[in-house]
Design a protein around this ligand. Sequence first.
Ligand code: GLN
Length: 278
Amino acid sequence: MAEHQTVGEAIRAAAERLGATSDTARLDAEVLMAHALAASRSDLLLRHMRDPAPDGFAALADRRAAQEPVAYITGTQEFFGLPFSVDARVLIPRGDSEVLVETALGERPGARRVLDCGTGSGALLLTVLANLAEATGVGIDASAGALAVAAANAQALGLAERARMVAADWRLPDWTGGVDGPFDLILANPPYVEDDADLAPSVRSYEPASALFAGPAGLDDYRILIPRLPALLAADGLALVEIGHTQADAVAALGAAAGMASRLVHDLGGRPRVVVFS
Ligand code: GLN
């Protein structure tokens, strides 16, 4: 079959099939085809639509039809304008988290020392460092797999000399793994999803549970992490923590109990997304 199909026909057929499970079926099909051809999506659309469809495309479309995220299939996700390698060891960076980076850069353009708690792919730390030429940073994560992905991303982005990735689990008493403050910026996108949340199958079946779930109210990690922030934060430092949209009051209260003032930043959809502690 694929033998006789053009790229254009194969994309159309896949888009129709993927429409059953994806809201972005046509885009998914185009991105996967571009990946199969090792072409950019614009080259694909401008130059390759009448070429014969490549053999590899069908297997990629099958994976997407089983609801695997496109980013895991292609192995890459853009975040804040930079390409990040991703695989099932890390959460896929979300556009929603870009507001955290934007706020950090806007409010602390002179930051020199940056800590990212639960760095995953390294997306938050590395985009901040890429935009602050004088800054150095530490990314901590409890997952060795995540640290390997983050270190590879630091290398690929030319930031390895300014970004150190450190194994540390804040659920343990010696959690910092020797990381010492003070930090001008602390970033965190910890797990904050309720254990029984109604997540899309593409998320629940494929993304790492350890990066998503944080107890019945999704607050377990905040309860441990937030009280530990003041000891790591510089006197005029800021800690920016991503939250689920119903968690603003609970997270602000945890900060207040630890002696920190807080402010809310909303995402593009107008939902509370980041708590800024000072
Ligand atoms: N925003 C993620 C989601 O869509 C959750 C990220 C997290 O738990 N840190 O599920």
